[in-house]
Ligand binder design. Structure first.
Ligand code: SAH
Ligand code: SF4
Length: 350
């Protein structure tokens, strides 16, 4: 085993704040070293956030998007995408069904779709809140005033991933956009009292170990409540369509190090990892993850929310999917979170 790896793991076990070099040494772990890394991350998870796994239902309510992200199949320029948006009534009916099934958090996710006005989103948010669930919103970059409007309407959390901590790579994959503006959105959301979800993709073209380490350090610095780390998966109808997917092994190492350096963070076993590895959810739960976010959108639309191809999604009705996931969680000797699953860092527990 590498000395640098063992030294960094030792420092982690002593509870020291890991340096950039430590993080890189952990991310460079080989297969055997990775087992030690995962075991420690699993221990940190148990000590800090216990055995609960939180289930969040995602409603992908629109796949229209005004943005041009080079990695994403929903980008405005992809004319092959079949577009849909749910009506307000259908969003609320979907949310009601998921709440009745037992979901205590619903995530409303979509492209940046100008068809929905800020007031529409505020109205939908307050209606969903009345169903007795926590609400996460996730549809990109808006002004602080608009985030304020949605917060006042009852939104608890906002998921807006940094995608990559490298300014240059960021500008390459999100043409016309700047990382600092994304981080300003994150800062605004935090100041408005949202629980902040960030995250990044693993295996982006031109990404180095140094950038991966900085991804984790940036999330630690932003003091995020949630970090969704998943592999990049190329979509053929995008400018990055000819690149290769991120690696399952590196994604798991990123999850494990995220748990170690941010012990209280909520860490999903991402759908993108489950897309690349049939047991991706189980592997993530063993490496520090404590959230699963199944799709609860109406079945007829699921295939069209193709941010990347073959996105793992069960064709089953949502109650069956939920039963299957509960069995998976219990099979891992874990428990299903019964409360809202708020960030342990959030001051306000509802
Ligand atoms: N439009 C919103 C939310 C929907 S996209 C936004 O962009 O913030 C949700 C996430 O999907 C993105 O944050 C990105 O990390 C992920 N994603 C998009 N394309 C992907 C791809 N090809 N491979 C892996 N993840 C991808
Ligand atoms: Fe739109 Fe989000 Fe896809 Fe970018 S990642 S094109 S903002 S849906």
């Amino acid at each position: 085993m590498e000395k640098a790896f063992l030294r960094a793991l030792e420092r982690a076990k002593e509870g020291q704040e890991l340096t950039h070099q430590d993080i890189k040494s952990l991310l460079a772990a080989d297969e055997q070293e990775s087992q030690l890394l995962f075991a420690h991350a699993d221990w940190v998870r148990q000590q800090n956030v216990g055995s609960d796994v939180h289930l969040r239902g995602i409603i992908e309510f629109t796949n229209y998007c005004r943005q041009h992200c080079h990695y994403c199949g929903l980008r405005a320029d992809n004319t092959n995408a079949v577009r849909y948006r749910l009506s307000e009534d259908d969003i609320l009916a979907t949310a009601r069904l998921a709440a009745q099934c037992g979901y205590r958090t619903l995530v409303l996710q979509g492209g940046e779709d100008v068809h929905f006005s800020p007031e529409d989103i505020a109205r939908i948010t307050s209606e969903v809140k009345k169903m007795g669930v926590a609400v996460t919103l996730s549809f990109g970059e808006y002004s602080r005033d608009i985030y304020q409007l949605w917060r006042d309407a009852g939104a608890d959390r906002y998921l807006i991933k940094q995608e990559t901590a490298d300014e240059k790579l960021y500008q390459t994959i999100r043409p016309g956009k700047k990382l600092k503006d994304r981080l300003q959105c994150q800062q605004d959301l935090k100041e408005l009292g949202y629980q902040l979800g960030s995250g990044s993709m693993v295996g982006l073209p031109m990404q180095t170990l140094d950038i991966l380490a900085r991804d984790l350090e940036l999330m630690r610095q932003m003091d995020v409540d949630m970090s969704g780390i998943g592999p990049f998966i190329p979509h053929p109808d995008t400018p990055l369509g000819n690149y290769t997917s991120g690696s399952v092994a590196m994604t798991l190492k990123m999850i494990a190090v995220a748990r170690i350096i941010m012990p209280l963070v909520l860490l999903p076993a991402t759908t993108s990892l489950a897309t690349l590895a049939p047991n991706g959810r189980e592997l993530s739960l063993r490496a520090g993850a404590n959230v699963i976010m199944p799709n609860v959108s109406p079945q007829e639309f699921r295939a069209f929310y193709a941010i990347y191809p073959n996105k793992a999604s069960s064709p089953d009705p949502i109650n069956e999917t939920r039963r299957r996931l509960i069995a998976l969680i219990e099979g891992e000797n874990r428990t299903v979170g019964q409360d809202f699953g708020h960030s342990p860092k959030a001051q306000f527990q509802q």
